[in-house]
Write a protein that binds this ligand. Structure first.
Ligand code: ACO
Ligand code: KIV
Length: 517
């Protein structure tokens, strides 16, 4: 049995199922690149049959990845498999992941079939997928609640049909580590052809056991582990891949197993996923929470001063969070910014030093000292900018007070035009949003509005996340500024740009369809 555990990330598929609004293609590409840098072997990029947007993003990711292998999900039906293969054929190598439920509850109540019919569908799907690639993964959905005899039959049949990886999901996070490890042990004891495939696990966190169950399965012989960054995913989420990586890494002598992971990329990848997905990380989260490496009580601090390993089983540096010793202020130069970005794990090609330095100076002038999270926020914001932004916020003014209606006036670029508008509202944000709506002539239904700070103190960068609906689709806009009204306006402008881009894509598709007809 191999001593390497294959890392399979499904942030862009199972993780995205948890988000209020779909990620844009640009956002998915940023995450895919971060995952690749983190050393993830297989990246599940989406479920192409589910929407044209998903199809497009899988295709673009397939075109982009070099070291990680792209994978797409499909039900055990030919149309889904065709869509997955079509989306990924631009890559030299790709994996098709097909699945069907095996538990009695799912087979009878959801699929409305009997187990033998489902077995037929599964093997038919695996055989069909093998026509497109020799890398086919089959998942027994709800394996955790599947009678073991049926699970053994299904695994054996899927391998016989050509599955090269067989995944055992605890879809509803029901099992305990002893039970789940026992299922894997049983499969190894009872399925005669089991060594012809890699056995994988995919655990959900409904009872908070997803990582523990994954580790129990690895101890029982599973050699692929599926999860997501920060554990985001359907309901309570999936196994947090950064935790699995650091368990195997920190306890290497205990497990004797390796991965291809680059742990020093973890912190950066985790922050990027959190920001792009608008899913904050709880402070006490293992590995990547803001308190994960802070020591606050006297006895602990005394221990840390004497020897760091008294209270740290791994260092923040090992997950890419360097201790900071240099203050960054408006008197800092380009060298120190570049040095700090390198310490934070960024490579030269990840940022344009001159642009970042200009943004840094503007921020340093406003707030004095600039911290790591500010630098990362600035870079994130630059990456979010569309090269061809149709709407650009040029100026904004607000008058507000406790005794008046607020008045907002804005100047925005719309394509080649510059439009100025003003409006009153119930507060400064409302007045600015009304002014922007007047200028664009398009009303958008805002579904959620979240405001938070990136960093600490009253001069922290404000981050505004909104989800908005337009013609039945949901869009996520994000704005950053030390001024929360400006951050709010930027978030709305971001949504207008996403809608504009979507309209352009829809138009191109319509033109192509008419051309084909
Ligand atoms: C455990 C997981 O995370 S699974 C992945 C979940 N992800 C998603 O659902 C992605 C988003 N989903 C979608 O876009 C849509 O649900 C689609 C495109 C997949 C299907 O849409 P629709 O065709 O309208 O079907 P709908 O979602 O309403 O119902 C699912 C159908 O697929 C069937 N089905 C469910 N899983 C499978 C499977 N693995 N293999 C074959 N059929 C399946 C169901 O029984 C149901 O069939 P029925 O219409 O005969 O009752
Ligand atoms: C499709 C499968 C792997 C899944 O997401 C689950 O069972 O949770």
């Amino acid at each position: 049995m191999s001593d390497r555990v294959i890392l399979f990330d499904t942030t862009l598929r199972d993780g995205e199922q948890a988000l209020a609004a779909s990620l844009s293609v640009n956002e998915k590409l940023q995450i895919a690149r971060a995952l690749e840098r983190t050393g993830i072997d297989i990246i599940e990029a989406g479920f192409p049959v589910s929407s044209p947007g998903d199809f497009d993003s899988v295709q673009q990711i397939a075109r982009t990845l070099r070291d990680s292998r792209v994978c797409a999900l499909s039900r055990a039906v030919q149309g889904d498999i065709d869509a997955a293969a079509e989306a990924m054929k631009v890559a030299d190598q790709f994996r098709i992941h097909t699945f069907i439920s095996t538990s009695s509850i799912h087979v009878e109540s959801k699929l409305k079939r009997n187990f033998d019919q489902v077995l037929e569908m599964a093997t038919g799907a695996v055989r069909y997928a093998r026509r497109f690639t020799d890398d086919v993964e089959f998942s027994c959905e709800d394996a955790g609640r599947t009678p073991i005899d049926n699970l053994c039959r299904m695994v054996e049949a899927a391998i016989k049909a050509g599955a090269t990886t067989v995944n055992i999901p605890d879809t509803v996070g029901y099992t305990t580590p002893t039970e789940f490890g026992g299922i894997i042990t049983n499969l190894f004891e009872r399925v005669p052809n089991i060594h012809q495939a890699v056995i994988s696990v995919h655990c959900h966190d409904d009872l908070g056991l997803s990582v523990a169950n994954s580790i129990a399965a690895i101890e029982a012989g599973a050699r692929q582990v599926e999860g997501t960054i920060n554990g985001i995913g359907e309901r309570a989420g999936n196994a947090a891949l950064e935790e699995v990586i650091m368990i195997l890494n920190t306890r290497q002598t205990h497990f004797g197993l390796t991965t291809n992971a680059r742990p020093t990329e973890i912190y950066r990848t985790s922050s990027q996923v959190s920001r792009l997905c608008n899913m904050p990380i709880q402070p006490n989260k293992a590995i990547v929470g803001s308190n994960a490496f802070s020591h606050s009580s006297g006895i602990h601090q005394d221990g840390m001063l004497k020897a760091q390993n008294t209270y740290e089983i791994m260092t923040p540096e090992s997950v890419g969070l360097p201790r900071n010793t240099l203050n960054l202020t408006s008197r800092s130069g380009r060298h120190v910014i570049k040095h700090r970005m390198t310490e934070l794990g960024y490579q030269e090609q990840d940022f344009d030093l001159d642009t970042l330095y200009q943004r840094f100076l503007e921020l340093a002038d406003k707030k004095g000292q600039v911290f790591d999270y500010d630098l990362e926020a600035l870079l994130f914001f630059e990456n979010q900018k569309e090269d061809d932004a149709h709407y650009v916020l040029r100026q904004l003014n607000v008058q507000a007070g406790s005794n008046h209606f607020a008045t907002g006036s804005i100047e925005i670029g719309i394509g080649q035009q510059v439009v100025t508008e003003a409006a009153t509202g119930n507060g400064p944000v409302d007045s600015v949003y009304r002014a922007i709506e007047r200028a664009t002539g398009q009303k958008i239904a805002i579904q959620s509005f979240d405001i938070g700070a990136t960093g600490e103190g009253h001069d922290a960068l404000g981050q505004v996340d909104i989800t908005a609906e337009y013609q039945g689709r949901t869009f996520h806009g994000m704005g950053l500024s030390t001024d929360i009204i400006e951050a709010s306006a930027r978030a709305l402008i971001h949504v207008y740009n996403l809608i504009h881009r979507q309209q352009r894509i829809d138009q191109q598709k319509q033109d192509k369809a008419m051309g084909d007809a």
